[in-house]
Design a protein around this ligand. Sequence first.
Ligand SMILES: *Cc1c(COP(=O)(O)O)cnc(C)c1O
Length: 247
Amino acid sequence: MATQESVKDTTIPISHINGITMSIQTNLDYYSQQLKNYNAQLIAVSKTKPNADLLQAYDAGHRDFGENKVQELAAKAEALPKDIRWHMIGHLQRNKVKYLAPFVHLIHSVDSQRLLNEVNKQALKNERIIDCLLQVFIAEEDTKFGFDEAELMTLFSSPEFRALENIRIVGLMGMATNTDNTDQVRSEFERLRKISERITREVDSDKVTMNELSMGMTADYEIALEEGSTMVRIGSAIFGARNYAKH
Ligand SMILES: *Cc1c(COP(=O)(O)O)cnc(C)c1O
């Protein structure tokens, strides 16, 4: 993941184009407006950003925030208003699920049956049902986690999966290859949508619905929307470039 993030980091955030520093609120307004035409939801990716930045977004009315590290997400959830909906978007280790299970709104990054089993176990402990997206590997890079199409179909038909009662699969998440080749990015997003359509047709389970397609980030969200995204995860264009050196 580190490799990929450092590359994405070179994107010029919209907030600094032409040397004009726009506010977090202005950026949120801009993206919310764009998303309206697509009936998609904006997940503000606030990783590495201080609580004060999240509060600015919160005060502007935003409630859905995405983080990619358990510790950071949990600390922010502790410190910030309780009506924030927290989205876990980064690779999740099984031994850390317990820290998110009491409150997480949606886990975008479920990438194995074993992780799903653990989410189910921790959800049961907390007497809740946790909504999950299954992360699908659609990129050419080998730095990205996720199921492939065949693995997904195997998962859905396994008795082990059928026995899970405290999770719901509400859609898929994917990350396209980090490339300037927009045709490639488009075809990767299209593949993800087609996989979700196949699941809708072929999988008969009351805990599987394909309502959400989490795809698109700062660099490729427009293509993702055109290909049917219902959730775009935008970070640097809202909060400015991330400085990993400090962490
Ligand atoms: C960081 C991150 C994003 C947001 O990236 P930006 O390029 O800053 O918009 C989206 N999705 C995932 C999984 C991420 O880790």
